[in-house]
Ligand binder design. Structure first.
Ligand SMILES: Cc1ncc(COP(=O)(O)O)c(C=O)c1O
Length: 360
């Protein structure tokens, strides 16, 4: 068989969650940070309507979607590029700007796809320590090498859920050499938008991009729509390498309609925040540490790797899947999506039982 390029042969596949409920158990997933609610009814209606035109290719330029995003966020429509999920944009940015002798730099507990994208580009990946599962600007700046080309920071972070304030992002941008591309991934940005800290304004300062997605607060992970705001020069390069017609017409229509239903999205964020607070209180009451989260998930410190593995196994026996964090350097933690209330309740009941047994 034909040999792959050696850096591709050396890669492991991106680890998606493996979910197989035992016989007789219903699968309950809290593992992929999906929304606790379906998309807005307006989005579903718009997608259904758009299906009638599925004989035609979708708009390759995402015009209606870009205009709607520009209006909502008060940003330049020409700087917006849309992806088949934000993964599409992350992969292409890595492909364009990193590679041999153009290294990527990520925080220690970064979103694992940043590494996968950098590996695909055959780029070295450097990691900067975090402080208590929170991005450290000092450590990132200290880890910059002469060949650092791109820095990926998710804010809020996944799997940590923590965030750094805009002033820290500003300090990071100011401290990085101007030639380094800073990618600020705001996949969970809508959950923190009430803090009124806009990273979009950094894009004007040069080599900085901000990514967002419809997969989380808009509850549209299955539609695969991500987008970003880019300086013109970067948008031009991206548009060269993106697959043409990358987002299905039904998905584009659904995204435009979802943007018109901001009340629904804000309700989702408010409901998520109130369940997140309740879950945090419950878990802390059971003696577990929960990192402060600005997202639709919580990172739970189980105290030890063995305890995390045991808890994960026991939950899986009941059909409940959280996400182990071995790949992100947090093997003593489990990540729990703030999913529907009945699944959260079932999970907390099992955690309570197991924690009770540990204390006997
Ligand atoms: C930080 C971060 N970035 C990007 C993504 C990918 O999102 P999308 O569904 O838009 O590809 C995720 C998904 O979990 C994420 O957590």
């Amino acid at each position: 068989m034909i040999e792959p390029l050696s850096h591709i042969r050396a890669m492991s596949p991106y680890a998606l969650s493996q979910m197989n409920a035992p016989d007789g158990k219903t699968l309950m997933s809290l593992s992929q940070n999906e929304s606790l609610r379906p998309p807005s009814p307006l989005a579903i209606a718009a997608a259904t309507h758009a299906l009638q035109n599925s004989a035609l290719y979708p708009d390759p330029d995402w015009r209606d979607l870009r205009l709607a995003l520009a209006q909502l966020h008060n940003i330049d429509a020409d700087g917006i590029v849309c992806g088949n999920g934000s993964l599409d944009l992350i992969g292409n940015l890595a492909r364009i700007y990193s590679g041999p002798a153009r290294a990527a730099l990520v925080p220690a507990h970064a979103y694992p796809f940043f590494k996968t994208a950098s590996q695909m580009a055959n780029a070295r990946i450097d990691c900067a320590e975090e402080t208590d599962a929170t991005v450290s600007v000092d450590h990132l700046l200290g880890a910059v090498q002469p060949d650092t080309a791109i820095v990926f920071v998710a804010n809020p972070g996944n799997p940590t859920g923590t965030r750094i304030p805009l002033s820290e992002l500003q300090r990071l941008r100011a401290g990085l050499p101007h030639s380094v591309l800073l990618v600020i991934d705001e996949a969970y940005g809508e959950f923190a938008d009430t803090l009124d800290e806009r990273a979009f304004d950094f894009v004007e300062s040069g080599n900085t991009v901000v990514l967002r997605t419809f997969s989380k607060a808009y509850g549209m992970a299955g539609f695969r729509v991500g987008w970003g705001l880019f300086p013109n020069g970067i948008a031009t390069q991206l548009n060269k390498v993106m697959n043409p017609n990358n987002i299905a017409a039904a998905s584009q229509a659904a995204a435009v309609a979802a943007l018109s239903d901001q009340d629904y999205m804000h309700e989702t964020c408010a409901l998520t925040a109130s369940l997140r607070q309740a879950v945090t209180r419950d878990l802390e009451g059971l003696g577990l540490r929960v990192y402060q989260s600005f997202t639709n998930f919580v990172l739970i410190d189980m105290g030890s790797v063995a305890a995390a593995e045991h808890m994960d196994r026991e939950l899986q026996r009941e059909g409940i899947f959280l996400r182990s964090q071995t790949g992100a350097g947090l093997a003593h933690c489990l990540r729990m999506t703030i999913g529907p209330q009945h699944i959260l309740d079932a999970s907390i009941a099992i955690v309570r039982e197991l924690q009770g047994e540990r204390q006997i």
